[in-house]
Design a protein around this ligand. Structure first.
Ligand code: FE2
Length: 192
């Protein structure tokens, strides 16, 4: 099997093995790192040389917990530094990895005061600085923002546990601790 066929088989196996998102995501991230070590996705026939989004594989039968996982590869030019745009992925989890270049993810969470009369604040919790060969995931309900490399072209991969087109998600304003529900098909493109 090709590297890509092996990856797809490993992702299918992760979803077929059970419904635990953490176990599924860990297995998929492991499989993604293995594929990166073999030069994928730039070896893929589905990947082009232009900047953009490439659908590598869609499966409407398997996913978490309903069918619809997707594998996308992206070729992204140098990115200007941009305001952080935290978002979630609704009931889905997402595995992100970098084959070349870099992405920096910030993981956010609601921080609650001991004074339960006060509203929580959206707080940056962790920075995940991804370089070539690295993968990380964001489980259902987790919030993150992404800054693409400001100095290098980046090739990265995103595996979503379902198609995000159909699910309600939230985008967050960290200055105001506010959120807004959206579906990807009707939203600006910065949120991934
Ligand atoms: Fe995302």
């Amino acid at each position: 099997m090709s590297t890509e066929e092996t990856l797809i088989a490993d992702v299918e196996a992760a979803f077929a093995a059970g419904e635990d998102a953490r176990l599924q995501a860990q297995a998929i991230a492991d499989a993604m790192r293995t594929a990166f070590a073999e030069g994928w996705p730039e070896t893929s026939e589905k990947m082009g040389s232009d900047d953009g989004t490439y659908l590598i594989h869609a499966n409407d039968e398997l996913g978490h917990p309903n069918g619809g996982f997707r594998i996308y590869a992206y070729r992204q030019p140098q990115q200007p530094e941009s305001p952080q745009s935290p978002h979630d992925h609704g009931p889905c989890f997402v595995v992100y990895g970098v084959a070349r270049g870099g992405n920096v993810h910030t993981r956010w969470a609601w921080q609650y005061s001991d004074d339960t009369t006060q509203a929580p604040e959206l707080t940056p919790m962790q920075t995940v600085d991804q370089g070539p060969g690295e993968a990380a995931y964001f489980l259902p309900g987790e919030i993150h923002s992404t800054q693409g490399s400001r100095t290098e072209e980046t090739v990265y991969v995103r595996i979503t546990s379902q198609s995000l087109e159909e699910v309600w998600r939230h985008r967050y304003n960290p200055a105001h601790h506010s959120s807004r529900a959206f579906k990807a098909s009707g939203s600006p493109t910065r949120t991934s």
